[in-house]
Design a protein around this ligand. Sequence first.
Ligand SMILES: Cc1cc2nc3c(=O)[nH]c(=O)nc-3n(C[C@H](O)[C@H](O)[C@H](O)COP(=O)(O)OP(=O)(O)OC[C@H]3O[C@@H](n4cnc5c(N)ncnc54)[C@H](O)[C@@H]3O)c2cc1C
Length: 366
Amino acid sequence: MNCFDLIVVGAGIIGASCADEAVAAGLRVAIVEPGPIGGGATACAMGHLVAMDEDPAELALARYSLQRWEAFAGVAEAEFSRCGTLWVARTDSETVGIAARVARLKASGGDAYALDAQTLYEIEPELAPGLQGGMLVPDEAVVYPPRVARHLVQRALQRGAHMHAGRFAQRLGHHKVTLDDGTVLNGPALIATGCALSALLPQLPLRPRKGHLVITDRYPQFLRHQVLEFGYADAAHADAAHSVAFNVQPRPNGQILIGSSREFDIADPATSPTMLKRMLERAFLFMPALRKLQALRAWTGFRPATPDGRPYLGAIAGHADLWVAAGHEGLGVTMALGSARLVVDLLLGRRPGIDPSPYAPARVIG
Ligand SMILES: Cc1cc2nc3c(=O)[nH]c(=O)nc-3n(C[C@H](O)[C@H](O)[C@H](O)COP(=O)(O)OP(=O)(O)OC[C@H]3O[C@@H](n4cnc5c(N)ncnc54)[C@H](O)[C@@H]3O)c2cc1C
């Protein structure tokens, strides 16, 4: 009774992807989730599927995952929209760096082009004057993450997975997981609890990194691409206590999503007027006409951040029946499908499609 090949703890985009992948590989899977499916960080995200090129390991996992996202281009539930990513350069050093970034993305198998300033304004006329150029990554897309998570869990359930909804995993034991109502599930556990990782695996360091987003009313012709400043990548990778960067997205329904902010060491989920003002001023600097749009709502979410910015994917050393898939910071949606394939390959003793060692939890706990 209650015996499984894998007990997936947490049904955000990461747990949902892992459950779907494991069921597809023929495993008997249980899923444990106390709240709505995809209701954690997954529900707060922008849903931008994007490869960042600063860290080779991060780029490898993102590219691997982006290939898998192509299967969702025609899936209605994903709300997949191939708007492309437009990176814009404001400073001389950003402009000088464009060629190297294009080369790195191309070397990883992606498509990318350098754009001069004139082309930049032709394709996004609302950009502020004075920008020097940019980089277009035409194949990148946006999705609606909580709906994808629900779709993946539904698909796993239709193929035989068991859902333990409204329950949380309280204790991990040898080859078993005990739920808050006393139910014992037997089998290897995969911990995919995002920012709550430390409650079950305190040996893996993780810090929640707060972010704000604003969504506007519908302006269907205003913006065509997800547009980011090159400095976004620096803000995402830096360890600063707080930072903001210009990052806007056209939702398929015409709404504009405006980000982004990053803050460590803040547990309060309330929106901060100070941080919102800083974030919006940064956005207005790059796209002044945003000021005229009607904002409808602002919210916050917490990104699960590891010390080196790479997720934990794999077995916990010394515990053959304890696995982890967590710590994807601001790229968990992008990396979900690739992470799931990698973890299930390792679980089944199959050779993964990319080198798993940069993500091995052993790098922090020996
Ligand atoms: C503002 C913001 C913008 C973002 N934008 C993007 C973006 O554009 N592109 C991108 O790729 N990523 C983005 N991200 C990052 C992305 O949202 C996360 O990396 C990703 O959602 C993490 O998914 P997860 O499944 O690990 O965590 P979560 O979605 O938080 O899921 C964890 C789940 O575990 C459950 N859980 C917790 N404890 C237990 C327990 N004891 N037992 C059982 N279940 C438990 C929780 O209820 C939750 O549902 C953004 C994040 C934020 C905050």
